[in-house]
Design a protein around this ligand. Structure first.
Ligand SMILES: *Cc1c(COP(=O)(O)O)cnc(C)c1O
Ligand code: SF4
Length: 367
């Protein structure tokens, strides 16, 4: 995700494909039981989003057919390396018959990925900042918990596609070393739940994690980096909102939207509920050639985000990982785009254009 690091769940992300129908998180037996044994509205809501996830499109040929495109537009060998995964609600926001659709390009396995092997896969130095399993502590005051290795969508440009999620903890007991680290470092005020996508975890698992974090008295804020409200808005259950807004920790949710077309009425309804519940909503995007590398696209994205109560936070220079370089945009172009956005938008609607550099004490602001 951008450094989206959006986040997620237990099994390796690559197993979030066909063999893990509902989702790939480390799920306890109790969680599973809650899904199969409805106990009222909340478990029905959980069944809804899990069903939508298990029903996601995983066959690149099927995706092309749904859009009326030739099936050879997809490259099966690229999908073998990093499976395709895209929820049907997201597919419905793509323009039929358009092979350059900005949403399609984000998810369709392409032959260009295969020509881009050989770049370092730990482009952002995460593996060096990993003091306990599942914990990244790179920046002062903030630590990031990788709570799982799955997402509800597999983005072709993802900098975490080669992250060793299998080394992240899969059950509550395995989280103890990371929680112990947070407890002993009193300089940490904010915990960022990341992944994969943290919201691929069940509500009950997230509740247990929140309770554990609330017990660490120097923590003030919990931030959730997630693309789920965008690709699977059903995920915003009342139970989740309830837990976030009754916590003593201030909740912040950072979405990952790259193009205005990703925001339809279902996403607007989800962000409205999150906003009204009192959770701060921010967005991070990745600047990508052919997807959002124009003033018009970025201005429209910012306007639409503001219209649905989301503040643009970061625009990321894409990380150099294998398979992503056909999306790369030069820095000077990114800086010019930001300068143009400033002429057209209120200050709060212009994101900071940033890049992750290994060894730096914060993300480097490019414009
Ligand atoms: C991006 C990131 C953060 C958060 O950085 P902010 O500038 O506070 O948004 C924290 N930890 C890691 C490892 C990150 O990559
Ligand atoms: S695959 Fe997409 S949603 Fe998942 S972490 Fe990567 S960018 Fe975020």
């Amino acid at each position: 995700m951008l450094r989206d690091p959006d986040e997620n769940l237990g099994e390796v992300r690559n197993s979030a494909g066909p063999e893990s129908p509902a989702y790939a998180g480390p799920q306890s037996l109790a969680d599973r039981a809650a899904v199969v044994r409805p106990e009222g509205i909340d478990s029905e809501a959980a069944t809804d989003w899990r069903h939508a996830l298990s029903d996601a499109v995983r066959d690149p040929g099927e995706l092309c057919e749904l859009l009326g495109l030739p099936t050879d537009l997809a490259e099966p060998a690229a999908a073998a390396d990093f499976p395709m995964l895209v929820p049907r609600g997201f597919v419905r926001r793509m323009r039929p018959g358009d092979p350059r659709d900005p949403l399609l390009l984000q998810v369709l396995p392409s032959s260009q990925e295969l020509q881009e092997a050989g770049l370092p896969s730990d482009a952002v130095g995460d593996l060096q900042a990993n003091p306990r399993p599942g914990l990244l502590h790179k920046y002062k005051g903030r630590a990031l918990l990788v709570i799982g290795g799955a997402c509800a969508v597999n983005c072709r440009y993802c900098f975490r596609r080669h992250f060793p999620y299998e080394e992240s903890p899969r059950n509550d007991a395995a989280w103890q070393p990371a929680l112990g680290y947070l407890r002993q470092d009193r300089s940490i005020r904010e915990v960022i739940l990341s992944g994969g996508d943290p919201l691929v975890n069940s509500d009950s698992r997230l509740e247990r994690l929140f309770t554990a974090l609330e017990d660490i008295e120097h923590l003030q804020t919990v931030r959730i980096h997630t693309r789920l409200p965008v690709v699977l808005p059903e995920r915003i259950t009342e139970r989740l909102l309830q837990r976030l807004t009754t916590s003593r920790l201030s909740p912040i949710m950072v979405l990952h939207v790259n193009h205005a077309n990703e925001i339809d009425a279902s996403v607007a309804a989800a962000t409205e509920r999150v906003h009204r519940s009192g959770v701060m909503l921010l967005n991070q995007s990745v600047l990508m050639k052919g997807i959002n590398d124009s003033v018009e696209a970025l201005v429209e994205l910012s306007n639409k985000l503001i219209a649905v109560n989301v503040i643009p936070y970061y625009l990321h220079q894409i990380d150099r990982v294998p398979g992503s370089s056909h999306f790369e945009t030069p820095f000077n172009q990114g800086a010019q785009l930001i300068a143009e956005m400033r002429k057209q938008l209120p200050g709060y609607a212009v994101p900071r254009y940033v890049r992750e550099e290994p060894g730096q004490p914060h993300k480097v602001v490019l414009a």
